[in-house]
Design a binder for this molecule. Structure first.
Ligand code: NAP
Length: 248
Protein backbone atom coordinates (compact mmCIF):
# COMPACT_ATOMS: atom_id res chain seq x y z
CA UNK A 1 0.00 0.00 0.00
CA UNK A 2 1.32 3.46 -0.93
CA UNK A 3 1.57 5.74 2.08
CA UNK A 4 1.88 9.00 0.24
CA UNK A 5 -0.47 10.78 2.64
CA UNK A 6 1.05 9.22 5.74
CA UNK A 7 1.23 11.82 8.53
CA UNK A 8 -1.52 13.91 6.91
CA UNK A 9 -5.05 14.48 8.12
CA UNK A 10 -7.80 14.72 5.52
CA UNK A 11 -11.28 16.07 6.25
CA UNK A 12 -13.87 14.66 3.83
CA UNK A 13 -17.35 16.15 4.13
CA UNK A 14 -20.23 13.92 3.13
CA UNK A 15 -18.01 10.91 3.81
CA UNK A 16 -20.97 8.75 4.81
CA UNK A 17 -22.15 8.03 1.25
CA UNK A 18 -21.33 7.78 -2.43
CA UNK A 19 -18.41 9.84 -3.71
CA UNK A 20 -17.41 11.03 -0.22
CA UNK A 21 -17.27 7.51 1.20
CA UNK A 22 -15.16 6.29 -1.73
CA UNK A 23 -12.86 9.29 -1.23
CA UNK A 24 -12.51 8.62 2.49
CA UNK A 25 -11.57 4.99 1.82
CA UNK A 26 -9.14 5.94 -0.97
CA UNK A 27 -7.34 8.66 1.03
CA UNK A 28 -7.10 6.37 4.07
CA UNK A 29 -5.57 3.77 1.75
CA UNK A 30 -2.92 6.36 0.88
CA UNK A 31 -2.07 6.66 4.56
CA UNK A 32 -4.10 9.71 5.59
CA UNK A 33 -5.88 9.94 8.91
CA UNK A 34 -9.35 10.58 7.52
CA UNK A 35 -11.93 12.59 9.42
CA UNK A 36 -15.23 12.08 7.65
CA UNK A 37 -18.39 14.01 8.34
CA UNK A 38 -22.08 13.64 7.65
CA UNK A 39 -25.37 13.69 9.50
CA UNK A 40 -25.96 9.93 9.62
CA UNK A 41 -23.86 8.49 12.48
CA UNK A 42 -24.73 4.89 11.60
CA UNK A 43 -23.38 5.20 8.07
CA UNK A 44 -20.43 7.24 9.34
CA UNK A 45 -19.36 4.59 11.84
CA UNK A 46 -19.66 1.90 9.15
CA UNK A 47 -17.20 3.79 6.94
CA UNK A 48 -14.84 4.21 9.90
CA UNK A 49 -15.03 0.46 10.58
CA UNK A 50 -14.31 -0.35 6.92
CA UNK A 51 -11.24 1.88 6.95
CA UNK A 52 -9.95 0.56 10.28
CA UNK A 53 -10.52 -3.05 9.20
CA UNK A 54 -8.18 -2.37 6.27
CA UNK A 55 -5.53 -0.98 8.63
CA UNK A 56 -6.35 2.69 8.05
CA UNK A 57 -7.03 5.53 10.43
CA UNK A 58 -10.44 7.25 10.50
CA UNK A 59 -12.89 9.10 12.73
CA UNK A 60 -16.46 10.19 12.12
CA UNK A 61 -17.82 13.60 13.13
CA UNK A 62 -21.57 14.20 13.01
CA UNK A 63 -22.17 17.59 11.42
CA UNK A 64 -25.20 19.11 9.76
CA UNK A 65 -23.48 21.64 7.51
CA UNK A 66 -25.88 24.53 7.16
CA UNK A 67 -24.03 27.69 8.13
CA UNK A 68 -20.75 29.25 9.24
CA UNK A 69 -21.09 28.04 12.84
CA UNK A 70 -21.54 24.38 11.82
CA UNK A 71 -18.59 24.64 9.44
CA UNK A 72 -16.35 26.19 12.12
CA UNK A 73 -17.40 23.57 14.68
CA UNK A 74 -16.51 20.76 12.23
CA UNK A 75 -13.16 22.39 11.44
CA UNK A 76 -12.37 22.65 15.17
CA UNK A 77 -13.31 19.01 15.81
CA UNK A 78 -11.25 17.80 12.83
CA UNK A 79 -8.25 19.76 14.15
CA UNK A 80 -8.71 18.22 17.60
CA UNK A 81 -8.81 14.71 16.15
CA UNK A 82 -6.04 15.14 13.60
CA UNK A 83 -3.77 17.73 15.21
CA UNK A 84 -4.04 19.73 12.01
CA UNK A 85 -5.94 19.44 8.73
CA UNK A 86 -3.74 19.08 5.65
CA UNK A 87 -6.38 18.09 3.10
CA UNK A 88 -9.97 19.29 2.80
CA UNK A 89 -12.46 17.69 0.42
CA UNK A 90 -15.63 19.76 0.17
CA UNK A 91 -17.90 16.97 -1.07
CA UNK A 92 -21.14 17.16 0.97
CA UNK A 93 -23.87 18.42 -1.29
CA UNK A 94 -27.51 18.17 -2.22
CA UNK A 95 -28.90 18.17 -5.72
CA UNK A 96 -32.64 18.76 -5.96
CA UNK A 97 -33.84 19.33 -9.51
CA UNK A 98 -37.04 20.73 -10.94
CA UNK A 99 -38.76 23.64 -12.63
CA UNK A 100 -37.63 27.06 -11.46
CA UNK A 101 -41.23 28.21 -10.96
CA UNK A 102 -41.86 25.35 -8.52
CA UNK A 103 -38.83 25.99 -6.30
CA UNK A 104 -39.63 26.99 -2.73
CA UNK A 105 -37.50 29.74 -1.20
CA UNK A 106 -36.55 27.42 1.67
CA UNK A 107 -35.19 24.87 -0.81
CA UNK A 108 -33.18 27.56 -2.58
CA UNK A 109 -31.65 28.59 0.76
CA UNK A 110 -30.93 24.99 1.74
CA UNK A 111 -29.03 24.29 -1.50
CA UNK A 112 -26.91 27.41 -1.16
CA UNK A 113 -26.32 26.76 2.57
CA UNK A 114 -25.03 23.23 1.96
CA UNK A 115 -23.31 23.61 -1.40
CA UNK A 116 -21.88 27.14 -1.10
CA UNK A 117 -21.95 28.60 2.41
CA UNK A 118 -20.63 25.60 4.36
CA UNK A 119 -17.67 24.96 1.99
CA UNK A 120 -16.88 28.69 2.01
CA UNK A 121 -16.65 28.83 5.79
CA UNK A 122 -14.78 25.52 6.02
CA UNK A 123 -12.12 26.95 3.75
CA UNK A 124 -12.15 30.15 5.81
CA UNK A 125 -11.58 28.08 8.96
CA UNK A 126 -8.88 25.75 7.60
CA UNK A 127 -6.98 27.34 4.70
CA UNK A 128 -5.21 30.05 6.74
CA UNK A 129 -3.58 27.38 8.94
CA UNK A 130 -2.51 25.44 5.83
CA UNK A 131 -1.08 28.66 4.40
CA UNK A 132 0.80 29.36 7.64
CA UNK A 133 2.38 25.88 7.40
CA UNK A 134 3.14 26.43 3.71
CA UNK A 135 1.30 23.36 2.45
CA UNK A 136 -2.17 21.94 1.99
CA UNK A 137 -4.64 20.75 -0.61
CA UNK A 138 -8.31 21.51 -1.05
CA UNK A 139 -10.64 19.82 -3.54
CA UNK A 140 -14.18 21.03 -4.16
CA UNK A 141 -16.71 18.69 -5.74
CA UNK A 142 -18.68 20.43 -8.45
CA UNK A 143 -20.76 18.94 -11.30
CA UNK A 144 -20.89 19.03 -15.08
CA UNK A 145 -24.18 20.97 -14.82
CA UNK A 146 -22.23 23.91 -13.39
CA UNK A 147 -21.00 24.30 -16.98
CA UNK A 148 -23.85 22.91 -19.10
CA UNK A 149 -27.17 24.70 -18.91
CA UNK A 150 -29.79 22.02 -18.35
CA UNK A 151 -33.50 22.42 -17.69
CA UNK A 152 -34.35 21.86 -14.04
CA UNK A 153 -30.76 22.38 -12.91
CA UNK A 154 -30.66 26.17 -12.45
CA UNK A 155 -30.57 26.04 -8.66
CA UNK A 156 -28.16 23.14 -8.22
CA UNK A 157 -25.96 24.04 -11.19
CA UNK A 158 -25.61 27.65 -10.11
CA UNK A 159 -24.58 26.64 -6.58
CA UNK A 160 -21.80 24.53 -8.06
CA UNK A 161 -20.85 27.27 -10.53
CA UNK A 162 -20.26 29.39 -7.42
CA UNK A 163 -17.87 26.83 -5.96
CA UNK A 164 -16.00 26.57 -9.26
CA UNK A 165 -15.32 30.30 -9.17
CA UNK A 166 -14.37 30.09 -5.49
CA UNK A 167 -11.92 27.33 -6.45
CA UNK A 168 -10.13 29.76 -8.76
CA UNK A 169 -10.30 32.69 -6.34
CA UNK A 170 -8.96 30.53 -3.50
CA UNK A 171 -6.15 29.29 -5.74
CA UNK A 172 -5.21 32.95 -6.19
CA UNK A 173 -5.61 33.71 -2.47
CA UNK A 174 -3.91 30.68 -0.91
CA UNK A 175 -1.80 29.27 -3.75
CA UNK A 176 1.14 31.64 -3.19
CA UNK A 177 1.35 30.20 0.36
CA UNK A 178 1.61 26.62 -0.86
CA UNK A 179 -2.05 25.60 -0.66
CA UNK A 180 -3.34 24.03 -3.88
CA UNK A 181 -7.07 24.45 -4.49
CA UNK A 182 -8.77 22.50 -7.27
CA UNK A 183 -12.14 20.99 -8.14
CA UNK A 184 -13.53 17.99 -9.92
CA UNK A 185 -16.57 18.19 -12.15
CA UNK A 186 -18.21 14.76 -11.98
CA UNK A 187 -20.56 13.35 -14.54
CA UNK A 188 -23.41 11.01 -13.56
CA UNK A 189 -22.17 8.70 -10.80
CA UNK A 190 -24.03 5.79 -9.16
CA UNK A 191 -24.50 6.68 -5.47
CA UNK A 192 -27.23 6.54 -2.84
CA UNK A 193 -27.97 10.15 -3.71
CA UNK A 194 -28.63 9.44 -7.39
CA UNK A 195 -30.59 6.20 -6.83
CA UNK A 196 -33.83 8.18 -7.10
CA UNK A 197 -32.98 9.21 -10.68
CA UNK A 198 -33.43 5.60 -11.83
CA UNK A 199 -32.99 5.18 -15.59
CA UNK A 200 -32.65 8.96 -15.91
CA UNK A 201 -29.05 8.67 -14.70
CA UNK A 202 -28.18 6.21 -17.49
CA UNK A 203 -29.91 8.43 -20.05
CA UNK A 204 -27.88 11.42 -18.87
CA UNK A 205 -24.69 9.36 -19.07
CA UNK A 206 -25.46 7.90 -22.50
CA UNK A 207 -24.93 11.32 -24.12
CA UNK A 208 -21.20 11.32 -23.29
CA UNK A 209 -18.33 9.52 -25.06
CA UNK A 210 -17.97 6.98 -22.23
CA UNK A 211 -21.69 6.27 -22.56
CA UNK A 212 -22.02 4.97 -19.01
CA UNK A 213 -22.53 5.99 -15.42
CA UNK A 214 -19.38 6.33 -13.27
CA UNK A 215 -18.51 4.49 -10.08
CA UNK A 216 -17.73 6.59 -6.96
CA UNK A 217 -14.19 5.14 -6.91
CA UNK A 218 -13.50 6.87 -10.26
CA UNK A 219 -14.23 10.23 -8.61
CA UNK A 220 -12.16 9.29 -5.58
CA UNK A 221 -9.18 8.48 -7.83
CA UNK A 222 -9.34 11.95 -9.39
CA UNK A 223 -9.56 13.56 -5.96
CA UNK A 224 -6.58 11.49 -4.79
CA UNK A 225 -4.62 12.79 -7.79
CA UNK A 226 -5.47 16.38 -6.85
CA UNK A 227 -4.38 16.05 -3.21
CA UNK A 228 -1.08 14.24 -3.85
CA UNK A 229 2.25 15.25 -5.34
CA UNK A 230 1.34 13.83 -8.76
CA UNK A 231 -0.60 17.08 -9.28
CA UNK A 232 1.99 19.41 -7.70
CA UNK A 233 1.68 21.99 -10.52
CA UNK A 234 -2.12 21.85 -10.80
CA UNK A 235 -3.78 24.86 -9.18
CA UNK A 236 -7.18 26.46 -9.63
CA UNK A 237 -8.23 23.72 -12.06
CA UNK A 238 -11.68 22.24 -12.52
CA UNK A 239 -11.05 18.70 -13.73
CA UNK A 240 -13.92 17.13 -15.66
CA UNK A 241 -14.40 13.51 -14.57
CA UNK A 242 -17.44 12.98 -16.71
CA UNK A 243 -16.67 10.38 -19.35
CA UNK A 244 -16.05 13.20 -21.81
CA UNK A 245 -19.52 14.75 -21.56
CA UNK A 246 -18.32 18.36 -21.28
CA UNK A 247 -16.05 17.92 -24.27
CA UNK A 248 -18.74 17.07 -26.82
P1 NAP B 1 -24.95 11.27 -1.76
O1 NAP B 1 -24.79 9.81 -1.97
O2 NAP B 1 -26.32 11.82 -1.61
O3 NAP B 1 -24.07 11.75 -0.54
C1 NAP B 1 -24.13 13.08 -0.11
C2 NAP B 1 -23.30 13.25 1.12
O4 NAP B 1 -23.44 14.61 1.58
C3 NAP B 1 -23.74 12.34 2.24
O5 NAP B 1 -22.58 11.84 2.89
C4 NAP B 1 -24.50 13.28 3.15
O6 NAP B 1 -24.31 12.87 4.48
C5 NAP B 1 -23.81 14.61 2.92
N1 NAP B 1 -24.68 15.74 3.22
C6 NAP B 1 -25.77 16.15 2.54
N2 NAP B 1 -26.34 17.20 3.16
C7 NAP B 1 -25.59 17.46 4.25
C8 NAP B 1 -25.67 18.40 5.29
N3 NAP B 1 -26.64 19.32 5.37
N4 NAP B 1 -24.72 18.39 6.26
C9 NAP B 1 -23.74 17.47 6.21
N5 NAP B 1 -23.60 16.54 5.27
C10 NAP B 1 -24.53 16.53 4.30
O7 NAP B 1 -24.31 12.11 -2.94
P2 NAP B 1 -23.17 11.82 -4.03
O8 NAP B 1 -23.84 11.42 -5.27
O9 NAP B 1 -22.09 10.99 -3.45
O10 NAP B 1 -22.64 13.32 -4.26
C11 NAP B 1 -21.52 13.84 -3.56
C12 NAP B 1 -21.14 15.17 -4.20
O11 NAP B 1 -20.90 14.98 -5.58
C13 NAP B 1 -22.23 16.24 -4.09
O12 NAP B 1 -21.63 17.49 -3.83
C14 NAP B 1 -22.85 16.23 -5.48
O13 NAP B 1 -23.43 17.46 -5.81
C15 NAP B 1 -21.64 15.90 -6.33
N6 NAP B 1 -21.99 15.29 -7.63
C16 NAP B 1 -22.57 14.06 -7.68
C17 NAP B 1 -22.87 13.50 -8.93
C18 NAP B 1 -23.51 12.14 -9.05
O14 NAP B 1 -23.95 11.79 -10.18
N7 NAP B 1 -23.57 11.34 -7.99
C19 NAP B 1 -22.58 14.19 -10.10
C20 NAP B 1 -22.00 15.44 -10.00
C21 NAP B 1 -21.69 15.96 -8.76
P3 NAP B 1 -25.51 12.42 5.47
O15 NAP B 1 -26.59 11.82 4.63
O16 NAP B 1 -24.86 11.49 6.42
O17 NAP B 1 -25.89 13.69 6.09
Amino acid sequence: MSAELSGSTALVTGGTSGIGRATAVTLAGLGAHVVLSGRDAGRGEQVVETIRAAGGKADFVAADLTDAASARALADRARELGGQVDVLVNNAGIFPTGPTADTAEADFDRVYATNVKAPYFLVAALAPDMAARGRGAIVNVSTMVATRGMAGMALYGSSKAAIELMTKAWAAEFGPSGVRVNAISPGPTRTEGTAAFGDGLDELASAGPAGRVAAPAEMAAAIAFLVTEASSFVQGAVLPVDGGRLAV
